[in-house]
Design a protein around this ligand. Structure first.
Ligand SMILES: Nc1ncnc2c1ncn2[C@@H]1O[C@H](COP(=O)(O)OP(=O)(O)OP(=O)(O)O)[C@@H](O)[C@H]1O
Length: 322
């Protein structure tokens, strides 16, 4: 657990019970059992977990939207459960479904929200930055998923929050909008905003997060920078950080068993498409290349991939569906 000087968000031993539930004979169900997390200014902190892990519950408790059953939470130095409008005005929340009024048009809506703050972000600047001018005449209900996402981000940012909660910020975005949103998130982080991100897209977390918490079954199971998690996450077998996958296309039916040592797996996923997985070292690549040369084979395509955050996440939280 890291210990920054002045975290924007500090959660310690959070417990949340829901119920009483008829399905449990009127008993309470513990959905979060002791989650702890720190988020710093000027950093993107990612909270990852499989479906039902407790991410939304944790963050809704942090935002003061749900009452916690135990533990402590400090959001910008205040208990969110007891906080009023003054704290809320310093916090931006971008929800996945937007939570925006369906009959509103984007720019009047943003002007209205801006009117609630003493020192709002200039609406025109945000509109231009997020390309909202391209759909400004459409009502919220008719916006595409990606347009709604960009409007929801603008609405979360308009009050110039010190801390920003993002739930799946790139869901439904085309590659251009995704890049635009990522650039903006990076810029805000560099300007000192504390950003807390939840996502199922490990690629997003890998690109954006300075620090990652993984929770499962309502508990912390791993944490660290992306680099640390790739190298030494608990639950990941020692040595797996060196695992690489080489994928190449070549004539079908090749027998490569004599070329590579035991422990390095070769499979022909479909005819002519090979996948070599293991702790690949330069000598293995050299042996393969020598064999190709001896058999006059030039691979049609070839790519070498290191383990990703997604691989680590699956190792830690298991492959069972929730
Ligand atoms: N009011 C409730 N009644 C019963 N179960 C609940 C209630 N609130 C949450 N849960 C359960 O608590 C668990 C955690 O839910 P939560 O929404 O926090 O998960 P999550 O990590 O955000 O999942 P997802 O990735 O699917 O959004 C789930 O199993 C959910 O079904």
């Amino acid at each position: 657990m890291r210990s920054p000087q002045s975290p924007v968000l500090s959660i310690s031993g959070l417990v949340k019970d829901v119920g009483p539930l008829p399905s449990l004979d009127g008993k309470m169900l513990r959905v979060v059992s002791g989650v702890s997390l720190l988020a710093e200014r000027g950093q993107v902190t990612a909270l990852l977990g499989a479906n039902g892990a407790g991410k939304t519950t944790t963050l809704e408790c942090a935002q003061g939207l749900q009452k916690r059953s135990g533990g402590s939470i400090s959001l910008l130095g205040h208990d969110p459960a007891a906080a009023g409008a003054a704290l809320r005005s310093r916090v931006g929340v971008m929800l996945q479904d937007g939570g925006l009024p369906p009959s509103a048009r984007p720019i009047p809506l943003l002007r209205h929200i801006a009117g609630l703050y003493a020192r709002p972000w200039p609406v025109d600047e945000l509109v231009q930055r997020l390309g909202i001018d391209t759909f400004s005449r459409t009502t919220v209900r008719r916006l595409s998923g990606g347009q709604k996402q960009r409007l929801a981000l603008a609405a979360a940012l308009i009050g110039r929050p010190e801390v920003l909660f993002l739930d799946e910020p790139s869901a439904g975005l085309d590659p251009q909008s995704r890049q635009l949103v990522f650039d903006l998130i990076s810029e805000l982080r560099d300007a000192g905003m504390g950003i807390i991100l939840t996502t199922h897209l490990m690629d997003d977390a890998q690109r954006l997060a300075d620090y990652v918490y993984i929770i499962d079954g309502g508990r912390n199971v791993a944490e660290g920078t992306v680099q640390e998690l790739l190298q030494r996450a608990p639950g990941v077998e020692a040595g797996t950080e060196h695992i690489r996958t080489l994928v190449f296309e070549a004539p079908p039916g090749l027998d490569l068993s004599a070329v590579l040592p035991a422990g390095i797996d070769v499979t022909e996923a479909r005819a002519g498409s090979y996948c070599v997985t293991g702790a690949l070292a330069p000598q293995h690549l050299a042996a393969l290349a020598a064999w190709w040369e001896a058999h006059d084979i030039m691979p049609g395509s070839m790519s070498l991939q290191a383990r990703s955050l997604e691989d680590v996440f699956l190792d830690i939280s298991g492959k069972d569906i929730r």
